[in-house]
Design a protein around this ligand. Structure first.
Ligand code: ASP
Ligand code: MG
Length: 404
């Protein structure tokens, strides 16, 4: 008997009919002789609606109360799915995150899972029940309800699978796997049979919405066999696997686009040791994640630093930057939300030279202006105008995938 964790996203549980269908998929796994734990998201659009309600009450809603509010979306779906399973003759029980001991850090709206107490889940499984767990939510050390960040139900599923040492974690979603690019932007994008953890992590953190980035970290760290499959059509999906030597034969695995980041520029700062450290320490202390960073060469004792932050952190970032401007005597702090980041990812970059050059050449040919660049061993990211984002993804996809 295997232990399987299945996760269903918002579209898959988008209405009562679909929830009944999901019950069918769950039952199939159970009838195959397996123990099943199901993790669900809120019904599609629900989380946005809950956030919208909060914003009608306050321009700057309390973060604790926001998490209290948005975590309710998942409570609706766990109850409905458990009901559907019971209705179809199966023993099922739903649990909120806190009921199954999903302990997190105390960071509202971006909490990280620290520990899961598996006792209750093991008891329920031993009693032959199908367990339905609310994704996205947890509880901090002081018993406050927290959420894991948008798309965080994937992370709940993989973390639960890791804690229970599940044999497999299947992420059921509205696409039939991980693609070389978003098929809505690139119609001839291809489904990948498999992708390495590192590549998936880079794609997820750089804008691919198929998997929540932290879910990939859990899968990698705890060796959870992870698969992305469609809830609407049968198919092999995409396996997220350990990197193997033959993967380097493939130049590029995917292209991702991120358009929810804002560039912050602080200019006229003293060009001396400790300045960058002051800036990024204060941002880190305010729990603001910084993505791309570029510092220009100093002139006449002054320099400037640009970096990007996610737009949901912008209000907080502005407070920190105002304080820093005074503290450092900076000339100006400016914000630009009209940017997008496009990233090309592939383990093949480790062995093939010239990929960065090919990226820049393609942008030049398309008269797209490059504003910031950052690279890692397996990724090249460029900041461009938001209006150029789709065109950039299409051009790069053509360049790297057409001939293959
Ligand atoms: N319901 C949450 C969201 O919309 C979590 C999830 O769907 O994974 O972001
Ligand atoms: Mg998702």
């Amino acid at each position: 008997m295997a232990l399987i964790v299945q996760k269903f996203g918002g579209t898959s549980v988008g209405n009562p009919e679909r929830i009944k269908n999901v019950a069918g998929t769950v039952i199939k796994e159970k009838l195959a002789g397996n123990q099943v734990v199901v993790v669900v998201s809120a019904m599609s659009g629900q989380t946005d609606q809950l956030i919208g309600l909060c914003r009608q009450i306050s321009d700057n809603p309390s973060k604790r109360e926001m998490d209290m509010m948005v975590s309710t979306g998942e409570q609706v779906t766990i109850a409905l799915l458990a009901m559907a399973l019971i209705d179809q003759g199966h023993d099922a029980i739903s649990y909120n995150g806190w009921q199954v001991g999903i302990r997190t850090t105390a960071e509202y709206s971006k909490a990280k899972i620290l520990d899961i107490d598996t006792k209750l889940m093991r008891e329920s499984l031993a009693a032959g029940k199908i367990i339905v767990v609310a994704g996205f939510q947890g509880i901090d050390m002081k018993n406050n309800i927290t959420t894991l960040g948008r798309g965080g139900s994937d992370t709940t599923a993989v973390a639960v699978a890791a804690a229970l040492k599940a044999d497999r974690c299947d992420i059921y979603t509205d696409v039939d796997g991980v693609y070389t690019a978003d098929p809505r932007i690139v119609p001839d994008a291809r489904r990948l049979d498999r992708i390495s953890h590192d590549e998936m992590l880079e794609l997820a953190s750089m804008g691919s919405k198929v998997l929540h980035d932290r879910s990939v970290i859990f899968a990698m760290k705890y060796n959870v066999p992870l698969r992305v499959v469609s809830s609407f059509a049968e198919g092999p999906g995409t396996l997220i696997v350990k990197e193997s030597a033959d993967m380097e034969d493939v130049l590029i695995s995917g292209i991702a686009k991120k358009d929810n980041e804002v560039r912050v520029n602080i200019a006229g700062i003293p060009d001396k040791p400790g300045v960058a450290s002051t800036i990024f320490k204060q941002l880190a202390d305010a729990n603001i994640n910084v993505n791309m960073i570029v510092q220009s060469v100093g002139k006449e004792g002054h320099s400037q630093i640009s970096f990007t932050v996610i737009n949901t952190d912008l209000d907080e970032a502005k407070k920190v930057m105002a304080k820093l401007q005074t503290e450092l005597g900076a000339e100006s702090v400016t914000y630009d939300a009209d940017i997008a980041i496009v990233s090309v990812v592939g383990v093949g970059m480790k062995v093939y030279a010239g990929i960065a050059a090919a990226v820049f050449d393609e942008l030049a040919k398309n008269s797209i202006n490059l504003e910031m660049i950052s690279t890692s061993e397996i990724k090249i990211s460029v900041v461009i105008r938001k209006a150029d984002a789709e065109k950039t993804v299409q051009a790069l996809h053509k360049r790297f995938f057409l001939q293959a």
